[in-house]
Design a protein around this ligand. Structure first.
Ligand SMILES: *Cc1c(COP(=O)(O)O)cnc(C)c1O
Length: 219
């Protein structure tokens, strides 16, 4: 059932939009069912849960860390994580780079921008990112691959506001792509969730993170 749902949902998406099925809080049995769709990209927001699921499940799964990541937990996921969506500070970048080196890999990351009105949401401002790039700080993070940007809109029914915030993120992406040293690798805009993925796609998203629409509400 869940597999069919995922297949149908993917059919409804434009071909260049990638789906991350957000399986946080959902049991392994349900994710096993989802795997029958052939879908392999799953997102979790808690390190402990991510590690447990990775250990117990097929190693073909591409695990996306979509939540706020604490520096002291990077070491637990560095060997296998497919993409870290929420990179929101220089200190976190330093740590990811260090753990990437230890694991002899380049860890793919998205730069999280703060686009919402809520101050509780995480992320850089464009000014902070520009100063990092102008000072060439990013060049020292040799074990990180910067794949693009990620952001979360304000939790609101005001679609105009959500749209403005997504447009903002798209413009940050465009600016960054011009400045960053390997623009070809910088190609991902992770924006849009169950409630707003349609608005996100209209405004340039090519990676959506969808949980409750696929797996049902979380408790
Ligand atoms: C939970 C979560 C999602 C998915 O939210 P839904 O509303 O269930 O689709 C997407 N992105 C992040 C960062 C999340 O924490």
């Amino acid at each position: 059932m869940i597999a069919e749902k995922i297949i149908d949902f993917k059919k409804s998406l434009p071909l260049d939009v990638q789906l991350i099925a957000v399986s946080k809080t959902k049991p392994i049995a349900l994710i096993e069912d989802a795997l029958n769709s052939g879908h392999l990209d799953f997102g979790e927001n808690k390190v402990q849960e991510l590690i447990e699921k990775h250990e117990k499940m097929s190693k073909d799964i591409r695990w996306h860390m979509i939540g706020h990541l604490q520096r002291n937990k990077v070491k637990h996921i560095a060997s296998f994580v497919h993409l870290i969506h929420g990179v929101d500070s220089e200190r976190l970048m330093n740590e990811i780079n260090k753990q990437g080196k230890k694991n002899n890999r380049k860890i793919p990351c998205l730069i999280q921008f703060h686009i919402a009105k809520e101050s509780t949401k995480f992320g850089f401002s464009i000014e902070e990112l520009k100063s990092i790039i102008y000072e060439n700080k990013h060049l020292k993070w040799e074990n990180i691959v910067f794949k693009g940007v990620m952001g979360m809109a304000t939790f609101t029914d005001n679609k105009t506001q959500v749209e403005q915030e997504f447009k903002q993120l798209k413009s940050y992406f465009d600016e960054m792509k011009k400045l960053i040293h390997k623009p070809n690798e910088f190609n991902t805009i992770s924006m849009g969730m169950s409630n707003d993925y349609d608005i996100a796609i209209k405004n340039g998203s090519n990676m959506i993170r969808v949980g409750s629409s696929l797996f049902g509400a979380r408790h």
